[in-house]
Design a protein around this ligand. Structure first.
Ligand code: F0G
Length: 362
């Protein structure tokens, strides 16, 4: 019976948080029903980090295109369509590209994505191509790509959908709302990777807005993690040739640097650099201890938390901590296959299997 159905299934982040998002009220949402992602308690991981605190993961890899970018893209594409755009453009380390491509497809817009050749994970490239974007490789890095699309959006009839576009942040801040809606208040710490610094900026906007609206008693302290080879905010200077295994955050000159620095200051937060080795250790812990398979960059927040606990930089006892894991592990299958040992091949024979497993057969 129709009346037994839920009156309002999840309608996507723009419709769900409409009154809190700065978009024209008559703009019709372009949505893939993104958001409403799981906030997963991870006690085994918390114990492995020393224990004595509550730890959750905001699993953003479960968005429609496999990353948190979908929250921002629904808002940016909604606005672009409302404003009469016919084409959108972005520079990307991969996830923004895939997300822009999907939402543009849904809206019938032309989509151009500029990516650093050979430096984006295969799943992201595959997504962008599958959704029908025009993929342009450049013989340069993300920062050079961003400069290029800024100029393109000024001189060509295309709308920029990188997180310089304020509607991206309007959409992305909804992840903070969701965390408070589940926990009943803001966590004590929010840990996340920092690349172009849009997401840390958006989370801070969301937590502050929710507190001001009376939905949370406090705001969290932010713990941002950059890859050691791409840590301009930590070092206080542009990194001309950023390098890291976490290609999603291989960025040397973040567009939202100033806003991120302000968010870190206002939240009494911390930002630190984590090495590729530390990122990969955290990445492995997430999947082997908790069954949460993310792409390497997504583990940077966990790596940062682990490091600060080990070095006594933060006191986590009795605290509630949320780590944002930003993108799905299947985006970057190559890293797994590269780092896994040799796999075994056996004859399809019981004795061979029992021998191999070193288990007594009955
Ligand atoms: N995690 C993942 C999986 C990302 O793809 C990104 C950014 C970040 C973290 C960092 O977020 O840039 O807001 O600080 N990816 C962008 C892209 C740059 O093009 O997909 P940020």
């Amino acid at each position: 019976m129709a009346s037994d159905l839920p009156a309002s299934p999840w309608p996507g982040v723009v419709a769900h948080y409409r009154t809190l998002i700065d978009l024209p009220p008559d703009a019709r949402p372009v949505t893939l029903l993104e958001g409403n992602t799981p906030l997963i308690p991870v006690p085994r991981l918390a114990d492995a980090l020393g224990g004595g605190f509550d730890l959750w993961l905001k699993y953003e890899g479960l968005n429609p295109t496999g990353s948190f970018k979908d929250r921002g893209m629904t808002a940016a594409i909604t606005q672009a369509v409302h404003a009469g755009a016919e084409a959108v453009i972005c520079a990307s380390t991969g996830n923004t590209a895939a997300s822009a491509a999907a939402y543009a497809a849904r809206a019938g817009l032309r989509c151009i994505v500029i990516v650093p050749e050979g430096k984006i994970a295969k799943g992201k490239l595959a997504g962008s191509l599958a959704y029908g974007a025009e993929v342009v490789n450049i013989s340069g890095n993300f920062d050079e790509g961003l400069a290029l699309v800024r100029e393109a959006s000024e001189r060509l009839p295309v709308t920029l959908v990188n997180s310089i576009n304020p509607y991206r942040l309007e959409g992305q801040k909804t992840a903070a709302f969701e965390i408070v809606d589940v926990l009943g208040d803001a966590p004590d710490w929010l840990c996340l990777p920092v690349g172009n610094a849009g997401n840390i900026t958006a989370y801070w906007m969301g937590f502050v807005q929710y507190q001001q609206a009376g939905n949370a008693h406090h705001t969290p302290r932010l713990l941002g993690a950059q890859a050691a080879g791409a840590a301009p905010i930590v070092r206080g200077e542009v990194v001309p040739n950023p390098e890291t295994v976490a290609t999603a955050i291989r960025i040397g000159n973040p567009a939202r640097w100033r806003e991120a620095a302000q968010a870190l200051e206002e939240s009494e937060g911390q930002i630190l650099a984590v090495t590729d080795g530390e990122i990969l250790e955290a990445w492995r812990m997430l999947s082997t201890l908790e069954g949460v398979f993310v792409e390497p960059a997504s583990a940077a927040g966990v790596a940062g938390l682990r490091k600060q606990i080990r070095e006594g930089e933060i006191d986590v006892r009795g605290k509630r901590i949320v780590c944002v894991v930003t993108g799905h592990g299947l985006k970057d299958p190559e890293i797994v296959l590269r780092s896994a040992g040799e796999m075994v091949t056996l004859e399809p024979d019981f004795d061979a299997l029992a021998d191999y497993l070193e288990m007594p057969a009955t």
